[in-house]
Write a protein that binds this ligand. Structure first.
Ligand code: 5GP
Ligand code: MN
Length: 321
């Protein structure tokens, strides 16, 4: 649904204090969209609060100062807006507890969104939540400053894999162009996010690539960040966003998975697939979700069992026996 629901505009217009929510393990799209909305809605006189994310991702730390709203959510609020969350379970509430009887709006672009809000604006053809938020901001006729433009540029750039995934449509490119006119600097933002590795990230790349295993003549590729290696190289499993893309750059790979052993018996899995292979089905089997070509889940078992179960599921999906 491309059209912004009237009810969403009405809710924003009549609310004085609003809470904006991003998803757990927030990424560039959810963070950028939430920060942009916060800035714009504050400028048009609203009181905006954003529960501090449980972990503020290091990669986006330069955006922290674009926001004034982290934490300190008051008791009385008029509306909740979740952005880029496919289900209510995905929401990062931080240390804020969901209040009852407050209108809840759901702004998202995931195909599997279950319309958990009182108002749902779900557009799976949007390349990023950031493009939806951009349209919302334009329709409110609100000012877009350099930091807002930068946040939305980050949202769109990261969710489209630097304008390369198959969700990269003319909207993504057009809006990115307009954001540049509003002051976003592609070089500055790209450098901060993609060419700003920590040494730990570099080592994690090493661990993951060293632990690569392929199946079915290279059509399926697994990368693994195991605890033993991460402990011995003093790296953190959070410091790994984008490592899965190395697997998808390998010739003939149709499905890739990155396994991160967060703790014993707690395995976080990121999936990627090529067009036509709906890998979200595998993630959903393990109570996760995502998009057809990018999905994730958490499996509470040991690494070997998780990998065996995932491989089995991917084989079924691809029709291999
Ligand atoms: P990533 O591999 O980048 O962490 O996640 C890829 C996509 O899958 C993201 O767009 C995210 O929305 C979705 N995703 C990742 N983990 C989960 C999960 O545990 N549950 C659900 N529902 N979606 C997830
Ligand atoms: Mn997104």
């Amino acid at each position: 649904m491309d059209k912004i629901p009237e009810k969403l505009i009405d809710l924003i217009e009549k609310s004085d204090s609003l809470v904006l929510l991003s998803h757990k393990n927030s990424d560039g799209d959810s963070l950028g969209s939430v920060i942009a909305l916060e800035r714009v809605l504050s400028k048009i006189g609203k009181h905006i609060y954003v529960p501090a994310p449980v972990v503020f991702p290091q990669r986006y730390s330069f955006m922290h100062k674009y926001s004034n709203g982290w934490g300190n959510v008051p008791d009385k609020i008029d509306a909740l807006l979740a952005v880029d969350c496919s289900t209510a379970d995905r929401i990062d509430w931080g240390d804020f507890e969901k209040p009852d009887n407050v209108p809840f709006a759901n702004i998202d672009h995931h195909d599997g969104n279950n319309n958990f809000g009182d108002i749902n604006w779900v557009n799976p053809s949007a390349p990023a939540a950031g493009t939806m938020v951009y349209k919302l901001i334009r329709s409110l006729d609100a000012p877009i400053d350099k930091e807002t433009a930068s946040s939305l540029y980050v949202a769109i750039m990261t969710d489209t894999g630097r304008f390369s995934f198959n969700n990269t449509n003319s909207d993504a490119l057009k809006i990115a162009g307009e954001l540049v006119e509003f002051g976003a600097e592609p070089k500055f933002l790209t450098t901060n996010i993609y060419f700003n590795f920590s040494e730990g990230y570099l080592r994690n790349i090493g661990i993951a690539l060293f632990n690569s295993r392929s199946f079915h003549r290279g059509r399926i590729l697994f990368l693994t960040l195991d605890r033993a290696a991460m402990l011995s190289f003093s790296t953190s499993p959070e410091d790994s966003e984008g490592i899965i893309d190395f697997a998808m750059s390998v010739r003939n790979v149709d499905v890739a998975a990155l396994f991160k052993e967060i703790a014993p018996n707690n395995i976080r899995v990121s999936f990627r697939s090529r067009r036509g292979i709906n890998i979200a089905k595998v993630a959903e089997y393990f109570d996760g979700g995502g998009h057809p070509n990018a999905a994730g889940c958490t499996i509470l078992s040991n690494l070997v069992m998780a990998q065996t179960a995932v491989l089995e599921n991917i084989r079924k999906l691809l029709g291999y026996r």
